[in-house]
Design a protein around this ligand. Structure first.
Ligand SMILES: Nc1ncnc2c1ncn2[C@@H]1O[C@H](COP(=O)(O)OP(=O)(O)OP(=O)(O)O)[C@@H](O)[C@H]1O
Ligand SMILES: [Mg+2]
Length: 408
């Protein structure tokens, strides 16, 4: 089947046309990218421009491929997406004071998850992902699958990712304007981490940091389970802006210097060597590598401080020194890995795409999120339309109402 992934980033909209075969293997057919001005810090702020950008990238795909696309996936990001961990304990035996052990079924598991998240659900938020963490039966060791085990009480916790209703409605609006109803919305950090982490990384524990243009994504996997996924509203563009101001130059030159001459690891910068560039506001006086490194490093340190703070806030300090996978186009900045490694005393490596058939071609970091998006949806059985799911639950609600109406 043909699946089109679309990553609505802060500066770029990217698409990946993929083929998913019967064994769930993802093969990339072609990728597409273009800039837009519809978003800020990962959130769509101009729906008219967003629709134009979306239609334009679809048009690019359709010019090259006239095959019918079976399913669409789209990322959601920004500060409007929030998370919480809900935990609760339910009795397995319903009669009071009864201490008999009960064999746990799927229904018990569903109930504990539903109860765990019930107190956090608010009217202006909608659920994007619900990721069960661990279950504990009485005083036994925690497990990820309590089914068929026996006990008196079942404790369960769940990590829930929710978006603002309006944010999701905006995406639905864009898609329905293009006549698309077979789609699924996925939180961007989950897509990016799926591109670079394999099952072993997830099992042993890994922190992923992906630097984009206006956002940085943080994902933690441990014991094979996603523990944390966050979007921090700072990215590589903040470095460009600093260089532009402090080097008194224009945006393009600042961006060029960032990509080609800068290092974020000050020890590697030469304090004598000057970086010559056009469009300098200060004629014939060029900054040294060390000066540029200082500018870049201080901004990146600030971003990394946010990342480290989030890890502590999420009570993950015990795994703070897990290996780090640095990715995203902004992560290509020279010395960005060394800087994090020094700041946090953790092994930091640059992420590579895994588990996807690239047909012998290289895949640029720019495309990791959009390709990971397809991989995530396929690996987590999410190729089921939001629309169908809603219809299904509406159907169930309707049946339940009729059932109660029949009784009373
Ligand atoms: N080699 C490089 N070194 C440093 N930065 C780079 C490099 N290549 C690209 N970048 C930066 O990466 C950023 C683009 O990231 P990305 O493609 O993820 O943007 P986006 O998806 O539109 O934004 P976001 O992910 O924040 O929503 C730009 O700021 C660009 O300058
Ligand atoms: Mg991005």
């Amino acid at each position: 089947m043909y699946i089109l992934g679309i990553d609505f980033g802060s500066r770029y909209i990217k698409a990946a046309l993929t083929i998913v075969d019967d064994d769930n293997k993802v093969t990339i057919v072609e990728t597409f990218s273009q800039t837009h001005k519809a978003s800020r810090k990962g959130t769509i702020t101009d729906l008219v421009k967003a629709k134009e950008a979306f239609k334009s990238i679809l048009e690019k795909v359709r010019i090259k491929f006239d095959e019918e696309i079976d399913f669409y996936l789209i990322t959601i990001s920004g500060e409007g997406v929030t998370t919480f961990t809900g935990t609760t304990k339910i009795p397995l035996w319903k009669q009071e004071n009864e201490e008999r052990r009960v064999k746990i079924t799927k229904a018990h598991v569903n109930e504990v998850i539903k109860t765990a998240k019930s107190s956090y659900i608010t009217d202006n938020k909608v659920e994007l992902h619900s990721i069960p963490q661990e279950y504990t039966i009485d005083d036994q060791q925690p497990t990820q699958n309590p089914i068929d085990m026996s006990g008196v009480k079942l404790r369960g916790s769940v990590y829930v990712i929710q978006a603002e209703k309006t944010q999701k409605e905006n995406l639905a609006n864009i898609l329905s304007d293009c006549g698309i109803d077979n789609y699924r919305i996925i939180y961007s950090p989950l897509a990016t981490s799926e591109a670079v982490l394999d099952e072993d990384d997830k099992e042993t524990g890994m922190i992923m940091i992906a630097i984009g243009d206006q956002t940085t994504e943080l994902v933690i996997y441990h014991g094979g389970i996603l523990r944390m996924a966050k979007v921090i509203p700072f990215g590589s563009y903040n470095i460009t802006k600093d260089l532009k101001i402090l080097l008194k130059t224009d945006n393009n030159t600042a961006n060029f210097i960032k990509k080609n001459n800068a290092t974020a690891f000050e020890e590697d910068a030469d304090s004598e060597k000057e970086i010559e560039f056009e469009n300098s506001g200060v004629q014939n006086k060029f900054p040294t590598e060390a000066y540029v490194a200082k500018i870049v490093a201080s901004r990146l340190k600030e971003v990394y401080d946010f990342v480290i703070h989030e890890i502590y806030k999420g009570s993950y300090q015990r795994i703070i020194h897990s290996p780090v996978m640095l990715t995203g186009p902004g992560g290509k900045l020279k010395g960005a890995d060394k800087l994090f490694s020094q700041m946090n005393n953790s092994k930091t490596t640059n992420g590579k795409i895994c588990g996807v058939n690239l047909k012998g071609k290289e895949l640029n970091e720019e495309m990791f999120t959009v390709v990971g998006l397809v991989k995530y949806a396929v690996n987590h059985d999410l190729i089921i339309s939001e629309h169908d799911e809603n219809e299904e639950s509406k159907g169930l609600l309707f049946k339940m109402k009729r059932f109660f109406a029949d009784i009373f």
